[in-house]
Ligand binder design. Structure first.
Ligand code: NAD
Length: 256
């Protein structure tokens, strides 16, 4: 892996104006990629990236944003499908409207972006084999059985299945499809959740202490994993879910 391993490549990062997406957009740009950020609130897009305002719940807006990004970037080799929102509760807590809203962002948002991007990715694969990919931000919630996360977990379970199915559908077209499964990552999203506690600092410390490594994962650590999956170094990697969770899912630290 070199500092300029993304030289000559163009990337689109959804949800790239905050947290994991912003860290990824900044890292890809630092490693030589031309980067566009698609976000409903693009003010936080990292310096050196092109910000495109769009909401992934609108097919029309996503198509226009992808077209605008490709126009600015000149091509599209890499999509980081990262925009997502949270939901707390059991199946008894969330209404149908809430289910539709979160599925619309977390699952259909990725479908819409991929659908708009694929013709450009296929074209790019003819000249840069191995360097063309989609990386979806999934979550350990897809497989971990987390309490109070029925709706969110179901959306991420769908993202995992979608990743595998898309990897199969597009492998012969030179488009690799993978996902990362972050554990609890220290992003503005988690900050907003902690702010709802009576004592946010104490809650943050307790949350960290509950992790196997005694701390949260950083957005930069997740970005590094996304960058690997999107890099030419991962030319043989498709249909993979890479956990960046401080051991949360794989380790069995409590006695059975
Ligand atoms: P964040 O809230 O810090 O950033 C999310 C970004 O997505 C924001 O810039 C927001 O404006 C954008 N966004 C949200 N809805 C959008 C929409 N409808 N259209 C366009 N843009 C939209 O969150 P984060 O923690 O960086 O999360 C990023 C991804 O990582 C999400 O898919 C999330 O599910 C996943 N994830 C996060 C954690 C965590 O602990 N933070 C853990 C596992 C997975």
């Amino acid at each position: 892996m070199t500092e300029s391993d993304f030289e000559g490549l163009a990337a689109l990062v959804t949800g790239g104006a905050s947290g994991i997406g912003a860290a990824t957009a900044a890292l890809l740009a630092a490693r030589g990629a031309r980067v566009a950020v698609l976000d409903r609130d693009p003010g936080g897009a990292p310096k050196g990236t092109i910000a495109v305002k769009a909401d992934v719940t609108s097919d029309e807006a996503v198509r226009a944003a992808v077209a605008e990004a490709v126009g600015e970037l000149g091509a599209l080799h890499i999509v980081i499908n990262n925009a997502g929102i949270g939901a707390i509760g059991t199946v008894e807590d969330n209404t149908d409207d809430e289910w539709h809203r979160v599925l619309d962002v977390n699952v259909l948002g990725m479908v819409r972006t991929a659908r708009a991007a694929l013709p450009h990715l296929r074209a790019a694969a003819t000249t840069r084999p191995g360097a063309v990919s989609i990386t979806n931000t999934c979550s350990i919630a897809a497989t971990a059985g987390l309490p109070q996360r029925a709706l969110y977990s179901a959306t991420k379970g769908a993202v995992l299945s979608l990743t595998l199915a898309m990897a199969a559908d597009h492998v012969h077209e030179g488009v690799r499809v993978n996902c990362v499964n972050p554990g609890t990552a220290d992003t503005p999203w988690v900050g907003r959740l902690l702010d709802q506690a009576d004592d946010p600092a104490a809650e943050r410390a307790a949350l960290g202490a509950r992790q196997p490594m005694g701390r949260l994962v950083s957005a930069e650590e997740v970005a590094a994993a996304i960058a690997y999956l999107a890099s030419p170094a991962a030319a043989s990697v498709t249909g993979t879910a890479l956990a960046v969770d401080g051991g949360m899912q794989g380790l069995r630290l409590r006695p059975p």
